[in-house]
Design a binder for this molecule. Sequence first.
Ligand SMILES: Cc1cc2nc3c(=O)[nH]c(=O)nc-3n(C[C@H](O)[C@H](O)[C@H](O)COP(=O)(O)OP(=O)(O)OC[C@H]3O[C@@H](n4cnc5c(N)ncnc54)[C@H](O)[C@@H]3O)c2cc1C
Length: 309
Amino acid sequence: MKSPSPTTLPHAFRDAIEKRFPGARFDEPLSKHTTFKIGGPADVYVEPRTTAELTDAVRLADDHGVAITIIGGGSNLLILDSGVRGMILRLKGEFEEIAARPGSLLDSGAGVKLPKLIAWAGERGLGGSESLVGVPGTLGGSLIMNAGTREGEIGDLVREVRVLDRGALRVDVLSPRDLRFSYRASNLDGRLVVGALIELKAGKRDDIINRIREFQQSRLATQPVHTHNVGSTFKNPPGKFVGRLIEQAGLKGLRIGGARVSPVHANFVENLGRAKASDVLGIVESVRGKIRSEFGVELELEMRILGEP
Ligand SMILES: Cc1cc2nc3c(=O)[nH]c(=O)nc-3n(C[C@H](O)[C@H](O)[C@H](O)COP(=O)(O)OP(=O)(O)OC[C@H]3O[C@@H](n4cnc5c(N)ncnc54)[C@H](O)[C@@H]3O)c2cc1C
């Protein structure tokens, strides 16, 4: 296979990007931008800091027929070893800002990490999102995934979502009527999410901060949070816990190359240091095969795979 290189980008596009975004990185290893620490290069990686910059990046890519992929914290992504062709966008700057709004509302950019958003709200006596404190992704990625726990999902808290309309190059506001959230899915997939209005509940600051700490401690006790992973590998099949099925099948600790099924939580795959995406895919296939043959259950991925196979 041809090795990925920036020459796959049209020269005029490359020149225009260099001029508009002096900080753009060509052939950027995406392992630096995922919690798995796995992933080949992006042809070009750009961090827009304002709506004008985001609009320009999108316009340049569309004018030159270059594919765009937006990522958040990379905390739900397995990026393949051959990397991602085209342009990767990661929202920074104004997209990492939070502001209080009247009532119990807060307005957050899509680039804000959920733990920061929840701590920020807690300090101001706004609760209702504490259980999500262990989700290390950004608000944008979490809206796409409808990130959640047994206690609730981000979709339950959303009062408005702002997306960039790629054709008109303007920000559109979506109301709850336009939005559909279900188990680890939303109808925002494929849109460029730039921010949202989140509705929380007023409460006592100290109670909220205590609940945040409790959720953090229970994560530490039950999940391998200090390893390189992307959280749940598979979705829970209806009425079942996938972690328990994998454990019952005797697959805890299964190792392929530099990846293994976590001995702490069987639905997590850990990168032990030098794992390739192909090692993780090997684990995914082994687990799927064994769960199918032992329990007749077909597992669906929760983590997302990006890149050229
Ligand atoms: C230790 C650990 C614990 C976790 N626990 C949980 C949990 O309890 N519950 C849970 O639901 N998840 C959990 N996760 C998974 C992950 O954190 C969530 O899925 C999170 O919502 C992903 O957000 P992200 O910003 O990292 O998105 P990414 O992984 O970067 O991207 C996910 C998807 O969203 C898209 N995307 C990202 N940003 C944008 C944007 N601004 N606009 C449009 N599309 C965008 C990407 O293209 C991709 O398709 C955990 C992960 C880890 C590592």
